[in-house]
Design a protein around this ligand. Structure first.
Ligand SMILES: Nc1ncnc2c1ncn2[C@@H]1O[C@H](COP(=O)(O)OP(=O)(O)OP(=O)(O)O)[C@@H](O)[C@H]1O
Length: 473
């Protein structure tokens, strides 16, 4: 059942749309400010968001990108005032699906909504009905399904693709999936990491060279662009290319011809480009560090890959898949994992994304080699320390928020405040107890680990445990 969010502070329009969508049988919510919209969309996955440009706390256009990145990866439809062409243009360039100009007819709203829903259902079908070869890309979150839908669409055409994502989000895996689902699948897929290309070699690696082109060029050699003929060239970290290489790449994309180093004539290559970056190329272009014309070419088909911390529901599938794969690789019996192992993994934010998670799983499999079940103590020690720190920070933040509310209540309800000294001692005691509880759990009662994690001296730790009647083991 599609879920719709209406963001409009005009009661006439907001209520009209809300009632209309409810009557159509859709789950519909309505808010009036940008702040409320971002808060609710961070929790509720929406399919379509109707967003007014003028909101009490700012312009709706400023939050299109943030809304599109919320868990439901919704399509955003902008509601503009009559005769505001700039708003409409900006809405589309900011990634909105379409715009509605006030006053509008409900019949047009329905038509537009049907089109969005049909598009989303088609995308979902392409991914789920095996129309797409997933090539080891695991996950069922709306974010990943949306990206896979885009992979399917990108695979039908030859336009350049720009994959944007933090390190370890699967950019190379997605690039391979685009290739393997395209008509080029039986032709070569070549991957080049631009960050690892020394500037002096970059031109020859990509475009090839003729014999004698430079000292040491004893024979002519084909470059990656020639080798990718008929297939796909994947340029990872494209933001690292020098200005000179950017110019040469632009030429081959525009004219489909290139010239090897030391060559006398142009050669042709029919390759499809998939580029990837974890840098903000738009900002680099504004600062003159990346060519705008090249950026336009690359962005023909942009796909944003979500970080793992925003789609934690995929962690279980990723663990199952990679543990099975790794156990198969090492020819050992498939391992399971304990509940607290999974809780530890699920609670962590994974700044290195899936790559970091896969590395931790491989370590755990090694540490538990003869044991059938993975437990928290099989995880790398530095990771367990980070997980412990993050768990406590999150809990403290939640408590701080709760305490703030309690203090507020005390003040607003005009209850009698306890003396400051007592208030302070109570809070310190509670925090100490919580910390010690988490420390015992994370160190599994091991004194050496508890000292290492807490950075307390042995005598201080024993004093604190005694004060609260707690024990390590
Ligand atoms: N959705 C996914 N399902 C299963 N495995 C994944 C997924 N995404 C990434 N991985 C795994 O994570 C690891 C890193 O993936 P990949 O190299 O494609 O990331 P990347 O974004 O290109 O990284 P970098 O930015 O460091 O180059 C690989 O082992 C890959 O198999």
């Amino acid at each position: 059942m599609p879920r719709i969010l209406v963001i409009d502070d005009d009661p006439a329009i907001g209520k009209l749309l809300f009632n209309h969508f409810e009557e159509m049988g859709y789950i519909t919510h309505r808010v009036v400010t940008s702040e409320d919209a971002l808060n609710i969309a961070a929790i509720e996955p929406y399919d379509v968001i109707f967003l007014d440009v003028r909101l009490p706390d700012g312009s709706g256009l400023d939050i299109i990108g943030q809304l599109k990145n919320t868990p439901g990866r919704p399509e955003v439809v902008i509601i503009t005032g009559y005769g505001e062409p700039d708003g409409a243009e900006l809405a589309i360039t900011s990634g909105a699906w379409d715009y509605l100009e006030k006053p509008f007819k409900l019949k047009d709203v329905t038509l537009l909504l049907m089109r969005v829903i049909e598009h989303r259902e088609r995308r979902q079908r392409n991914v789920s009905q095996n129309a797409l070869k997933r090539e080891g890309l695991v996950g069922q979150s709306p974010q990943i399904v949306n990206c896979l839908g885009q992979v399917f669409e990108a695979a039908q055409v030859d336009a350049s693709v720009l994959l944007f994502g933090e390190t370890g989000t699967g950019k190379e895996l997605f690039a391979r999936a685009i290739h393997n689902n395209s008509r080029r699948a039986d032709k070569p897929f070549l991957a080049v990491d631009c960050a690892a290309l020394p500037e002096t070699l970059a031109e020859s690696v990509l475009f090839g060279h003729e014999r004698g082109a430079f000292t040491g060029a004893h024979a002519s050699q084909e470059g990656m662009i020639a080798q990718a003929n008929g297939g796909t060239l994947f340029l990872d970290e494209i933001g690292e290319l020098s200005p000179a290489m950017q110019a040469k790449l632009l030429r081959v994309l525009q004219e489909r011809v290139y010239r090897p180093v030391g060559g006398r004539r142009d050669l042709a290559s029919d390759f499809r480009l998939v580029a990837a970056t974890n840098r903000q190329l738009e900002i680099m272009a504004e600062e003159g560090r990346f060519r705008t014309d090249l950026l336009f070419r690359l962005r023909a088909f942009p796909i944003d890959l979500p970080p793992l911390r925003t789609r934690k529901e995929d962690i279980k599938d990723i663990c199952d898949y990679h543990i099975g794969r790794l156990c198969g690789h090492y020819a050992i019996e498939a391992k399971g994992f304990s509940r607290d192992f999974f809780e530890a993994i699920e609670g962590y934010d994974w700044p290195g994304n899936v790559r970091e998670l896969v590395g931790a799983l491989e370590y755990a499999i090694g540490a538990a080699f003869a044991e059938p079940i993975l437990c928290p103590h099989h995880l790398p020690k530095n990771l367990r320390a980070k997980i412990a720190k993050q768990t406590i920070t999150h809990r403290n933040n939640a408590h701080a928020e709760q305490e703030g509310q309690q203090t507020q209540e005390l003040l607003t309800l005009e209850l009698r405040l306890p003396p400051f000294r007592q208030w302070r001692v109570d809070h310190i005691n509670r925090m100490e107890r919580e910390y010690l509880g988490a420390l015992i759990a994370q160190s599994e009662g091991d004194l050496r680990q508890a000292l290492e994690l807490s950075e307390l001296s042995r005598s201080r730790l024993y004093d604190l445990l005694a004060k609260h009647g707690m024990k390590l083991g």
